[in-house]
Design a protein around this ligand. Sequence first.
Ligand code: DX5
Ligand code: ZN
Length: 212
Amino acid sequence: MTIISPSILSCDFANLEKEIKKVEPYVPWIHIDVMDGHFVPNISIGIPVIKSIRKITNLFFDVHLMIENPEKYVDAFIDAGSDLITFHYEAAKENTSKIIEQIKNKGKKAGLSIKPKTDPAEIKNYIDLCNLILIMTVEPGFGGQKFMEDCAKKIATVKKMANKDDLIIQVDGGINDLTGKLCTNLGANSLVAGNYIYKSEDIKKAIELLKK
Ligand code: DX5
Ligand code: ZN
């Protein structure tokens, strides 16, 4: 089963509750993009928003931290209601295993993400420590960008390097029914999609197509 994680970055933020309710019947997770204006050239949402939406849904919170010094904020994001914290290897090179441990010690799932230019060989030693590896198929920072097909090859590489069966391999950026299929064929078992889901006229159908 492919885990579909709609990215609320593509939502109408004036109606966040309604927007979450639109996908709630069809998916187990929502993807929450956190940007700090340093690690990526954009600023999105943070801890207070997560705390608020935690009260209106039981969906699993898949939180994607695109921030520098993630170790400083991991605890606060978990206390706000995150179920999974994915941070970027590029923002945490020296203390990657420490941050993974920090997340797991709080009883939550840990994910590690790589940007398009990062070679998956660099994270080889961390894969088995993680619950999820997130392969970015666009430069992080904005929704609605074009899928970078070259990055998808990393899915198979990561899958080969993993020594555990329950690793979640997630892709994020430019995912639609076609690019999603390409990724699941290569071994991805979780798809993040923002614009494809939220800008579609039939959200239910878009999600069903992704699941296929
Ligand atoms: C980009 C974010 C993505 C984004 C995906 O930096 O990490 O999660 O919301 O949006 P789409 O699916 O529209 O490319
Ligand atoms: Zn994301």
